[in-house]
Every structure is written in C-alpha cells, then in structure tokens.
Ligand binder design. Structure first.
Ligand code: DAK
Length: 269
C-alpha cells in the first residue's frame, strides 16, 4: 500500500509494521514546519486507510534518523520569526497530529534513539508506548526558551509519570536519561543502541500482529477514553466495550480455537 512520499519523513512498510522515520539529522530531526506538515499529511492518509476498514499494517513505529536524536524539539530557528498567532496555529497543527496518532486503530510505538526534547518528548508521548536506547534523553526544556510545552506535554507527561514528577520536569526544564525515564515509567523498555530499539519495537508489533486486531483496536479506544474518567465511569465504558467485543467474529474464532487447542486465525472483524 502507498502511504505517500514526504520531504522530511521516510515511510516504509516492514512486515507488519509501518516504520516512520523523521529525517532531518543535521538539525537533530527538529520539528520544522515542513516536518509538521508532513506528519499532518501522513496521519491524514493513515486515518483514511483506517476508514476503509482493512488495515495493511498492524502497528506504526516512529523513530528518528541517525544515532543522536529522535527529535530535538520544535525548530527553534524557525520559531524565531513567528508571530503569536502563527505560534498558536503551529501548536494546534502539531496537537492535531498527536491526537490522530492516539486515534489510529493500530498501536503506535515510539522507538526513541537519542534526544527526545520538548516537541520530541511530546511526539513520543502521543504514541501508545515508548521504547528507548540507553543514550536517549527526555525532557521538556521549554522554560529555557521562555516557552511552555505546546504539543501536549503539559497534559500527557502528567498522565505518564504523575503530576508531581511532571511539574518538576516542566518547571526545571531538566533533561533525564533513559535509565531514569525507564524508572519513572515514561519508557517501557531499554535497548543498547538505535538499531536495537527499532528491532525491539518491530518485534512487539509482530507479537501483536498474531492477536485479534479488533480486540486491540477496542482496547486502545477504551483505554484512551477511560483514562481521564473516574473509576466507575471507566468500568461502565469497559462493560460496554466488552459487549462490543463479544459480538465480533474474532471473539468467536478466539474462543473456538482455544477449545479446539488450535492457533486462532482471526478474521479481523
Ligand atoms: N531546533 C533547530 N535546530 C536544532 C535544534 C532545535 N530544536 N536542536 C538542535 N538543532 C541543531 C543545532 O542548531 C545544530 O545545528 P548546526 O549548528 O550544526 O547548524 C545541530 O542541530 C546539532 O546540534 P548541537 O550542535 O547543539 O548538538 P549538541 O550535541 O551539542 O547538543 C542538544 C544537542 C539536543 C542538547 C542541543 O542541540 C539542544 O539543546 N537543542 C535544543 C533542544 C531544545 O531546547 N529543543 C526545543 C524544546 S522546546 C510552540 C509550540 C511548541 C513548542 C514551542 C512553541 N508554539 C505554540 C510556538 C515546543 C517547543 C520545544 O520543543
């Protein structure tokens, strides 16, 4: 399937995974307007694929070009000439990219291979979960520039690591290394190098690819919607989602295969 071509992104299908590489290594893959436009166009194309029902890939992996950076933040040089109105428009456009990643019907994994600062950390946090190489560094350094997080960091960092830790990281702008990011729950798994983290992310997509795609889609939707709710409301959503899953062909096949002691062949419906 053709996912389009982009000036600043390399988009390749690798078995079950769609690997998206932000490709501006000379500027540490910083989010210039062109990168945001490309991510916007790609996520729009992916949403359209999703609307057609059949998904040709079972997961998306987002990474950065080179060994040094995932994404070193918004492009500071480009930002210099922006009016406040352009700044707001820029923030909203990238926020739209992040909400689309959360809305995709397949899991999105961030394979962080170096600096993930500011907008880079925010892009990673819009993914379902984050894997990192041991040289990765995370942070929200906006206060160093007289700015505040603009692509969801003020909300999603607290969701990931708790409000106290998020406040400390945002108010100080202090970067943390991969070990600490792993310890506080921002990163799920650590790998020795960039190649390792990419392979690790693709292996997890392959692991998910033999499971029911419908069940994973429902789980993703449910966990996104239930997360900000009080427990009782979340449980209500869960019961409704359980009923939806109960009506699928995947559920019939999964249960049949278990009882027959066979591997399930999920139809994806
Ligand atoms: N933007 C543009 N260029 C960048 C960049 C960035 N964020 N980060 C690095 N580069 C460029 C450097 O300028 C340098 O270019 P040349 O001099 O070679 O032409 C090249 O990448 C290599 O960087 P360094 O020479 O600095 O490499 P080092 O290893 O010495 O240092 C570093 C790596 C990541 C520690 C350092 O580059 C650094 O501190 N970079 C900036 C990190 C940062 O503060 N990022 C921005 C976070 S704030 C908004 C919405 C959202 C946001 C803002 C506004 N609006 C609504 C307006 C979000 C803001 C952020 O993301």
């Amino acid at each position: 399937m053709d996912f389009g071509t982009y000036e600043t992104l390399i988009v390749e299908q690798d078995d079950a995974a769609l690997v998206v590489t932000v490709d501006r290594p000379k500027a540490l893959n910083a989010l210039a307007g062109q990168v945001i436009d490309d991510l916007w166009a790609l996520t729009e194309a992916l949403m359209r694929v999703g609307e057609q029902g059949e998904w040709p890939v079972r997961g998306v992996v987002i990474t950065g070009s080179g060994e040094k950076a995932f994404v070193a933040g918004a492009d500071i040089v480009e930002m210099q000439g922006m009016t406040p109105e352009q700044g707001e428009a820029y923030s909203r456009r990238m926020q739209e990219v992040t909400t689309r990643l959360e809305a995709l019907p397949v899991p999105v994994v961030a394979a962080v291979n170096g600096f993930a600062l500011g907008g880079g950390c925010e892009l990673a946090m819009a993914c379902d979960f984050i894997y990192a190489s041991r040289n990765a560094k995370f942070g929200q350094p906006e206060v160093n520039l007289g700015l505040v997080p603009g692509f969801g960091g003020s909300v999603r960092l607290a969701d990931r690591v708790g409000i106290g830790m998020a406040r400390e990281l945002v108010y100080t702008g202090r970067p943390i290394d991969a070990e600490e990011a792993h310890r506080i729950g921002l990163v799920n798994r650590l790998y020795d190098d960039a190649a390792g983290v990419l392979e690790g992310a693709k292996a997890t997509v392959a692991e998910m690819a033999v499971k029911s795609p419908v069940a994973i889609r429902i789980c993703k939707e449910l966990m996104n919607e239930a997360a900000p709710l009080p427990t009782s409301d979340g449980l209500d959503l869960e019961a409704k989602a359980f009923k939806v899953a109960f009506c699928t062909e995947d559920k019939a096949e999964g249960v049949r295969a278990f009882i027959a002691k066979e591997k399930p062949a999920f139809p994806g419906r």
